[in-house]
Design a protein around this ligand. Structure first.
Ligand code: FAD
Ligand code: NAD
Length: 406
């Protein structure tokens, strides 16, 4: 008898943790497991802002899939998913096709561009190892270029970040630490460099604890970051950006535009005909799609709602990992004609955002506020716990943030 084939798409937090759960839970004779990913490595998206700023090498962030997944148990396919055909249980890859009995979609997020003119062409976004190292090299090149150009080329050493959500703030925190190093390396006067964070809303980190937001903004301003709140980025050009505040438009000249103003689910999912809400699949309680009993969605491609607020939970690595446990359990039930399906309930343990390597803000365990060094240590503890969960103490020793004070 043919064994059922479980195919997992994407080796981000959701996909890789589902695969690891399945390789533990599902016997060799119960099902085949296939994992498809664009690269032969998994990366910790939550560290990409550091790679993009150049404060952490990307090899610390990426982890060979072979090191954490058992290739004797799991068939790994390095390829790019182009589309999914759920009616025919088929996945179209750049280099072939796969059929499945059960599918887990974990293809992650992409930047939401809101149709802003020139954004695709002129802005960078932090969404993969490749995009992060491009940002790092681009900024460094412009600093190097500065003293090779005639006239005042302030645009080369002006860095604009669109969006003061967690990604924008974390990136700004890292780049503020990196600027002094860049200035020293390329003989640029530090006082000339501008780091501008443009946020459409009235505050940074909307909805987060106000005291902590104020702390974060003060600390970043002390390091030279200029906040432009209530200011909408309207257009990007080769020379810079156009922003609008109170119906007044202004041009900011810059060659370094980093767009960190929101994410949506991978558009492959929507383009494949799955029901989506703002690019993400409104999954059932058991994490299956509304229309297909054999398709699960984990991580940023899925949207789940907070029953109390009736608003969607923000997509996070924390939730993606928890979803992997539920999907693993429910797939085991499906394979064995079981009925003990688990309903997914996120268990939010807190939120901690870094402001550079030694500073952070956070709310953890029942609303306990943390800031400064203690929040920064907490962030590293969270990151290190993930590494242990993924690949044990060996992986922690190889990739972990073990020096808590730097
Ligand atoms: P991802 O982690 O995005 O993984 C998707 C995977 O799919 C990748 O391996 C990718 O290569 C692969 N893939 C994509 N397209 C294809 C394709 N077509 N074919 C094959 N493979 C493909 N959340 C937190 O909880 N805490 C944090 O501190 C935090 N910090 C963050 C910092 C930054 C800078 C950013 C950008 C996000 C942060 N988040 C954080 C959010 C978190 O990173 C995401 O919610 C999480 O990565 C979602 O996991 P995922 O598995 O859905 O997708
Ligand atoms: P976000 O949606 O949280 O924030 C985007 C920000 O961009 C908003 O403040 C919005 O007002 C602003 N914005 C939108 N359009 C704009 C425009 N045209 N001009 C200026 N500003 C504009 O997105 P994000 O920061 O990319 O985060 C994505 C997800 O990843 C979230 O769920 C977040 O919680 C998660 N994340 C978590 C952490 C952490 O826990 N440390 C870190 C990074 C990201």
């Amino acid at each position: 008898m043919n064994k059922p084939n479980i195919v997992v798409l994407g080796a981000g937090y959701g996909g890789i943790m589902t695969t690891i759960k399945l390789q533990k839970l599902i016997g060799d004779n119960e099902a085949d497991i296939t994992l498809v990913n664009k690269h032969d490595y998994h990366y910790q998206t939550t560290w990409l802002h550091e790679n993009a700023a150049g404060t952490l090498h990307h090899d610390r962030t990426r982890i060979s899939i072979n090191d954490v997944v058992d290739f004797k148990r799991v068939n790994f396919v390095q390829d790019t998913v182009e589309s999914i055909d759920p009616s025919n249980k088929k996945v179209v890859l750049e280099d072939g096709e796969l059929t499945y009995d059960y599918l887990v979609i974990g293809l992650g997020f992409e930047s939401a561009t809101f149709g802003i003119e020139g954004l695709q062409e002129h802005a960078f976004s932090i969404n993969s190892i490749n995009s992060a190292r491009l940002i790092r090299d681009h900024i460094e090149y412009n600093f190097a270029q500065y003293n090779n150009e005639e006239g005042d080329r302030q645009d080369l050493i002006t860095i604009v970040v669109g969006g003061a959500g967690f990604t924008g703030i974390e990136f700004v925190g890292e780049i503020a630490n990196r600027v002094p190093e860049l200035c020293q390396e390329y003989d640029v006067e530090a006082s000339k460099v501008r780091v501008i964070n443009v946020e459409a809303g009235p505050t940074a980190l909307a909805g987060f604890d106000e005291e902590l937001v104020e702390y974060a903004m003060n600390r970043l301003e002390e390091k030279g970051v200029e906040f432009r709140l209530g200011t909408m980025l309207k257009k990007c050009t080769e020379d810079g950006i156009i922003v609008e505040k109170d119906d007044e438009q202004e041009e900011i000249k810059t060659r370094n535009i980093i767009w960190a103003a929101g994410v949506r689910g991978n558009s492959i999912v929507e383009d494949s005909g799955f029901e989506v809400s703002r690019g993400r699949v409104p999954v059932r309680d058991d994490l299956r799609t509304p229309d297909y009993d054999d398709v699960f969605v984990v991580g940023d491609c899925a949207v789940i709602f907070n029953e109390e607020t009736e608003r969607p939970y923000p997509p996070t690595a924390q939730i993606a990992m928890q979803m992997a446990d539920t999907v693993g359990h429910n797939l085991k039930q499906l394979l064995n004609d079981g009925e003990d399906f688990e309903s997914f309930k996120p268990d939010i343990k807190g939120t901690v955002a870094s402001l550079g390597h030694t500073d952070a803000i956070g709310v953890v365990f029942d609303e306990k506020k943390l800031y400064g060094r203690s929040a920064s240590i907490m962030k590293k503890v969270i990151d290190n716990r993930y590494l242990v969960k993924l690949g044990g103490v060996g992986l922690l020793l190889k990739k972990g943030k073990l020096d808590m004070y730097h």
